[in-house]
Ligand binder design. Structure first.
Ligand SMILES: Cc1cc2nc3c(=O)[nH]c(=O)nc-3n(C[C@H](O)[C@H](O)[C@H](O)COP(=O)(O)OP(=O)(O)OC[C@H]3O[C@@H](n4cnc5c(N)ncnc54)[C@H](O)[C@@H]3O)c2cc1C
Length: 297
């Protein structure tokens, strides 16, 4: 396996780090090691890596705000998009956003340019790549609302624009395969009043502060909301608030958030999640589905 990594290294510009502690790359601040970890800055190198998919597995991540890496680690290459994928521009009447751009920075850009309906990105601590893949959203808005198309490097190494319809973006899910890399998202947009946009940004920021443990080591909502139900409500009604496994606990502030109180392992977090799933199933007959993506064996 190491030989393959060395072969890839000889063909790409950016440096592969070995046995990389994924606690450094996820909001949970815990988890195992990735065999390899690399921040890539150009499409050619991404194509080169895709050429090795028969020999190694890889996963692209954003800032790991929706990610848990099991303690046994990830036996493949973790790819992060570097600064060359961090551009935001207005071109051909589209708001063109690199997949590595932080959601918050897109919200700031939209505010500065009086562009409306991107305020909700203030509330999501990920990247645009992660937002598209997860169809992230909050307060009545989601990524698919204004999305026109994405630039995708698919598992065959082909660079293609994929339009919204084909992406099948649904509530916190998409049809984008694991081995495809989102490089850019192009949004339709409209202008509005700066003051109104600013007001919405401030509202979302303060609402989050009031209702979410945003200063904690967490990955946001652990489970998807079942149809016509709220996961947080079901968890709370099942008496799971404050439930613990090891150093992981269910937040008192928001029952759908799991918190690493400092020394939680990835297994603590996953086992706590499983305990909640069982308890909610027992009490309400509803099977909660993980929203958090789990990597590793
Ligand atoms: C405090 C807190 C609050 C949150 N609140 C919300 C909320 O209100 N609404 C909401 O929807 N989410 C919320 N989240 C969850 C999370 O921020 C979102 O899911 C976010 O979109 C994940 O982005 P990321 O860049 O961190 O992706 P990661 O967590 O790194 O990855 C998530 C998934 O996206 C894939 N991915 C990432 N980038 C790419 C790419 N370029 N190409 C292909 N695949 C890619 C990964 O492989 C993985 O499957 C919250 C999280 C936290 C910690």
């Amino acid at each position: 396996m190491n030989d393959i990594f060395y072969e890839i290294q000889s063909k790409i510009k950016d440096k592969i780090l070995f046995d990389y502690d994924m606690g450094n790359a996820t909001w949970f601040r815990t988890g195992g090691k990735a065999k390899g970890f690399v921040v890539i800055n150009n499409i050619e190198d991404l194509k080169t890596i895709i050429g090795f998919t028969e020999k190694i597995k890889f996963a692209v991540i954003g800032v790991g705000s929706n990610l848990l890496v099991r303690d046994s680690g990830y036996d493949g290459l973790i790819i992060k998009l570097g600064k060359n994928f961090n551009q935001i521009k207005i071109e051909n009447n589209l708001l063109s956003v690199g997949a590595g751009v932080l959601d918050l920075n897109l919200a700031k850009f939209a505010l500065k340019n009086s562009i409306k309906d991107f305020e909700f990105f203030t509330g999501i601590p990920g990247t645009i790549g992660g937002a598209v893949k997860m169809n992230a959203g909050c307060y009545g808005f989601q990524t698919s609302d204004n999305l026109k198309r994405i630039l995708l490097l698919n598992s065959k190494g082909e660079l293609k624009y994929i339009y919204l319809k084909e992406l099948k973006l649904k509530y916190r899910s998409s049809s984008i395969e694991q081995n495809s890399i989102i490089l850019q998202a192009d949004f339709n947009f409209e202008y509005s009043s700066y003051e109104e946009i600013l007001e919405k940004n401030i509202f979302i920021k303060s609402k989050r502060k009031e209702t979410q443990p945003i200063k904690e080591k967490t990955s946001g909502s652990t489970f998807k909301n079942p149809l016509n139900k709220f996961a947080a409500e079901l968890i709370e009604k099942s008496g799971c608030k404050g439930m613990k496994v090891g150093d992981a606990s269910i937040s008192y502030m928001h029952s759908n958030f799991i918190i690493n109180n400092g020394n939680a392992t990835a297994s603590d977090i996953e086992n706590l999640g499983k305990k909640v799933i069982n308890r909610v199933k027992e009490m309400h007959g509803v099977e909660l589905e993980w929203e958090i993506k789990i990597l590793g064996e």
